[in-house]
Design a protein around this ligand. Sequence first.
Ligand code: ZN
Length: 335
Amino acid sequence: MPECTLRPSPISPTVDFSADGVQHGFLRLPYSRDDSAWGSVMIPVTVVKNGEGPTALLTGGNHGDEYEGPIALFDLARTLKAENVTGRVIIVPAMNYSAFLSGTRTSPIDKGNMNRSFPGAPDGTVTQKIADYFQRTLLPLADIVLDFHSGGKTLDFLPFCAAHILPDKVQEAKAFDLVRAFGAPWSMKMLEIDAVGMYDTAAEDMGKIFITTELGGGGTATAKSAAIAKTGVANVLKAAGLLKGTAAAAQTTWLDMPDGNCFSFAEDGGLIEFFFDLGDDVKSGDIVARIYPVGRTGAQPLEVKAKMSGILTARHFPGLVKSGDCVSVLATVIG
Ligand SMILES: [Zn+2]
């Protein structure tokens, strides 16, 4: 086998991850372009460190049109004091910063979907370079990783914190303990449609305690969903011993996505009418939604039927749907 060595990351941080105190700076990624010949993408980062202890890596804006994470993390970054921390908290409120600035799921520069770009590449596109920096520099520093997501412009979710079923049951149990500590109204044993290239998978493969969220959607945050995010991240830091104080006790209902029958996809495009709202009980065989063809009147709508019984946990967001769109996600209540 020829030796495979990757070139160093082109990203240079303006913060020192080993220094005590509070530092606000940037991950500076050179990006030469028409309007800035020797320009850079400046990804905001905050490091709060106080002595020895675990490291938490907190990220939002992995997808650029999901807002609870950036709200909670920009707020945490400006308020977290070193004297209240034991260990180190690294905060990147808008991981795919260019996508975040344009309010789109993927990067306007390279169309890169951050959460399908891992392990990334130091000589790849802008999004791949960011993924590579997380893969080889930031994730190795971390003990626990919290990556905020929501539904973005095309999905809406019941607010939940989640972790995955893992082959290492000790790692899995630690992750579900942090999900419980987060204290969202719902907690999920999460199944991915395709876990290849995800930040989640990269962190878990490195043995990190990884948790994520889906806290709402529709391309905005509500007062409730932002509050869940802010309380949740503080609870996680307290439960991990990183932040002074005790995690607020919260009631949560556990959900499970048992298999691929939880997902329904549109087999044609059109106007969507839902017969259930988020949180409603759906029985197997129920019509979850109708998709009306919109080319002419008089045509029969397509019915989307539930393939299992469960709680409506996610739904397509805007009123028009395209063939292949995810229409709904069902999950079973397990406690
Ligand atoms: Zn997302």
